[in-house]
Design a protein around this ligand. Structure first.
Ligand code: HGY
Ligand code: MN
Ligand code: MN
Length: 423
């Protein structure tokens, strides 16, 4: 059993007392306030893209939660938000939180569950009379999904020095708006972005709670799990260039049709991934000029590829590039691969993982193919992750779901972890 007398590891139905023991904490109130922000009614999914009105409204919600709790709230030079319980200059802080931005038509939980749970955990600790001996911070990292500017975990990468300010400023969204212009338009200073060693030096560990993006916990009947690792994964932009021409009057043999090379590449990606034991996805495509009766001049498509082993990821990419170049040769088209975002395998800090695991009752452990800010920050500090059961196993889609009592169990677990680390 854990300090709070709760047991998270074995998935027993949670006594209604959990909801009662959240007195002073209104998890559901926070959830209800945030839920409508950036929700696209036609699909039920979320469109909270970095520095767009919906995401700025999420930032206002974050600020409100912090102010209501008397936490000092700030936005750092990289657009990441922080709410401090205690004086950050004391150093040795324990940070927790996640992100508020979403993928296109994403679910309600991916990101926000970690931020709401962080505020709820602070409420729980305060309701139980706990005073931390070191500062605790709730963080909401910017552009974690890379849905607008293409690079995952852009805010935490900038903080950690994992991407140069110049490269970040030049990133463009689908409308050609640069990251620099988007930051400026939202009232932030793009000239200030970059590695923030002073801030990093004040934080001794980061614990991120996240909805599970798979089915392991429902199959193991575990409401809470502890993360062990994040698979290596990346994103590559593929550009297929051909010759625009008339769809009706151009003989098949006279065509250099980039759509054909692209189509074969998608099939080859699935085949190479299956053979290598990896996963590969093409979910985003841009066709120019995108006319019904015109052979395209160019097709751009983005590959997301991941694997438990780096060798499997490399094998998938190498095999795909070879197959695609051969096909382009046949089609008379050109193809280029550009790596846009890459995250090496992350093995979470063993000591921190054990401390967190013990504090929450040693629940099941989980490796994940999903990237997180905790993965990026693990290069600069010990990080750990807690996962909350997702009965659908679905994520990055409107049907992503977690039962409220599992969410509350997760908030209790996070509170126990923070209590262990901040004592
Ligand atoms: O794509 C991911 O793995 C994460 O959800 N950003
Ligand atoms: Mn995500
Ligand atoms: Mn996420």
């Amino acid at each position: 059993m854990t300090p709070s007398g709760k047991c998270y590891g074995h998935g027993h139905a949670h006594p209604a007392s959990y909801a009662a023991s959240l007195e002073g904490v209104d998890f559901e109130k926070m959830w209800r306030e945030l839920a409508p922000v950036g929700r696209y009614d036609a699909t039920g999914g979320y469109r909270r893209y970095a520095y767009t009105p919906a995401e700025l409204e999420c930032r206002a919600w974050f600020r409100e939660q912090a102010v209501q709790r008397g936490l000092d709230v700030e936005t750092d030079r990289n657009g990441n938000m922080w709410a401090w319980w205690g004086d950050p200059s004391a150093g040795g802080a324990i940070a927790t939180g996640s992100h508020l931005d979403s993928v296109p038509d994403g679910g309600a939980y991916d990101g926000p569950l970690g931020v709401v749970s962080a505020f709820a955990a602070i409420d729980l600790l305060r309701a139980n009379g706990f005073t931390p001996s070191r500062p605790i911070a709730v963080a909401a990292f910017a552009e974690e999904e890379g849905a607008r500017f293409g690079i995952a975990c852009l805010g935490s990468r900038l903080l950690a020095g994992a991407i140069t300010p110049e490269a970040a400023r030049a990133l463009k969204d689908d409308d050609g708006v640069t990251f620099a212009d988007a930051m400026s338009a939202a009232g932030f200073d793009p000239d200030g972005i970059g590695e923030d060693n002073e801030r990093l030096s004040r934080i001794s560990a980061y614990v991120e709670l996240h909805i599970e993006q798979g089915r392991a916990q429902i199959d193991m009947d575990a409401p809470v799990a502890v993360g062990t690792s994040i698979w290596p994964h990346g994103r590559w932009r593929m550009e297929f260039t051909g010759r625009a021409d008339h769809a009706g009057t151009t003989r098949l043999d006279d065509r250099a049709d980039p759509m054909l090379t692209y189509a074969n590449t998608v099939l080859a990606a699935r085949k190479k991934a299956r053979l290598a034991g990896a996963v590969a996805t093409v979910g985003r495509i841009a066709c120019e000029p995108n006319g019904t009766n015109a052979i395209p001049s160019r097709v751009r498509a983005w590959l997301d590829a991941r694997a438990t082993e780096l060798s499997a990821l490399d094998e998938t990419l190498d095999g795909l590039k070879e197959a695609t170049l051969a096909r382009a040769e046949r089609d008379g088209t050109e193809v280029s691969f550009t790596q846009e975002s890459y995250s090496p395998e992350v093995i979470f800090d063993a000591d921190l993982r054990q401390r967190v695991s013990r504090a929450v009752g040693s629940p099941m452990e989980l490796s994940t193919g999903a990237g997180h800010d905790a993965g990026v920050l693990s290069a600069r500090m010990p990080t750990a992750m807690l996962f909350v059961r997702n009965p659908t196993g679905i994520s990055h889609a409107p049907n992503e779901f977690a039962h409220m009592d599992d969410c509350i169990t997760g908030a209790h677990a996070l509170a126990d972890a923070l209590k262990e680390l901040a004592t």
